[in-house]
Design a protein around this ligand. Structure first.
Ligand SMILES: Cc1cc2nc3c(=O)[nH]c(=O)nc-3n(C[C@H](O)[C@H](O)[C@H](O)COP(=O)(O)OP(=O)(O)OC[C@H]3O[C@@H](n4cnc5c(N)ncnc54)[C@H](O)[C@@H]3O)c2cc1C
Length: 287
């Protein structure tokens, strides 16, 4: 339970961090809040020779709104997401989701950048980012490129991040005023990862669904954007036929691992229940 030896680096700027990451190559890992990486190092599932701590880089912190887009610095903590008045007004599902991550101590230190860059299918923010159609700014020696969250996750712990790149910011198109939203998470106990969870965002006009976006947490190797599930709701008044079709479409793409959270059939079914509950709550909130 003691990590292997490593050298510790604490750059003062993003440029310095990227230079270090490129110099040190595969032997280095970026350190954010450390609440996923350090446990993996203690288990020797990760054995980096160098840690590049991003804690002193002010450019990676903060929450802002620009041209209809929310910009969240990668080193913004989960607690800061919960406490942000701007996010509560513009995109309240961020707070609802962050409040269901782990416990207050972990949320005080764990960052949104670490949560989405980690590539663990159990992390809650990646599916939400897919439902929101967010994108990630990936900064490397050659500049910054933008990758949609829906294209970022390749397999468990494999993402579109290239060696030497740092995820510097998250960009979220602000959902329309009056949208409905819900993040529903089934977990065995407080502080646990999801048995299954679902993020739902939707809009309504005259009682009819005009758009819907659904994504699933921890029922596959990656977060799952459930495109067909959202499409099943559009044009409906959330009657049983449409909601049942959305639930079936979500269950059809789920392929959870059998583990301590339950067998495959059970976890698939829980994913469907989370989708059903999230649709109901999101529809009740839409104006
Ligand atoms: C007991 C416990 C329960 C938890 N429960 C949950 C839960 O229910 N839901 C949930 O979502 N999470 C949960 N977590 C994880 C927690 O939210 C972590 O804080 C989060 O996953 C990672 O964020 P971090 O800032 O701690 O990243 P770190 O642990 O520092 O980094 C994680 C990984 O991402 C990489 N990385 C970090 N930042 C960047 C960046 N800016 N650019 C490129 N790569 C980067 C690191 O190199 C590392 O590989 C739990 C953790 C613990 C210890």
């Amino acid at each position: 339970m003691i990590p292997g030896a490593f050298d510790y680096h604490r750059p003062a700027s993003l440029g310095e961090a990227i230079t270090l990451a490129n110099e040190l190559g595969d032997d280095a890992r970026v350190l954010a809040g450390g609440h996923s990486l350090i446990p993996m190092m203690k288990l020797r599932m990760a054995v980096p020779e160098h840690l590049i701590d991003l804690a002193d880089i002010d450019d990676l912190k903060g929450i802002d709104e620009r041209d209809g887009t929310l910009q969240i610095g990668a080193m913004t903590s989960q607690a800061e997401i919960i406490g942000s008045g701007l996010l509560a007004e513009r995109c309240p599902i961020l707070r609802e989701t962050a409040e269901q991550i782990a416990d207050p101590q972990i949320r005080n230190v764990g960052t949104i950048g670490g949560n989405v860059a980690n590539g663990d299918p159990g992390n809650d923010m990646p599916a939400l980012m897919q439902a929101l159609n967010a994108s990630y700014a990936l900064t490397g020696a050659g500049g910054t490129r933008e990758v949609p969250a829906r294209n970022f996750y390749e397999a468990a712990y494999f993402t579109a991040l290239e060696p030497g790149e740092v995820l510097s910011a998250i960009h979220i198109p602000i959902p329309p005023a009056g949208h409905g939203y819900a993040y529903e998470k089934q977990k065995r106990k407080v502080g646990d990862y999801a048995t299954a969870a679902a993020a739902v965002l939707l809009t309504m006009e005259g009682g009819v669904c005009t758009s819907a976006s659904i994504a699933l947490t921890n029922v596959g190797d990656t977060p799952l954007f459930a495109e067909a599930a959202g499409a099943a709701l559009v044009g409906s008044a959330f009657d049983e036929g449409a909601v049942g079709a959305a639930v079936s479409a979500a269950e059809a793409i789920a392929s959870p691992a059998e583990d301590g959270r339950g067998p495959v059939d059970f976890r698939t079914r829980v994913a469907g229940v989370m989708v059903r509950r999230a649709i109901g709550r999101a529809a009740s909130r839409a104006r």
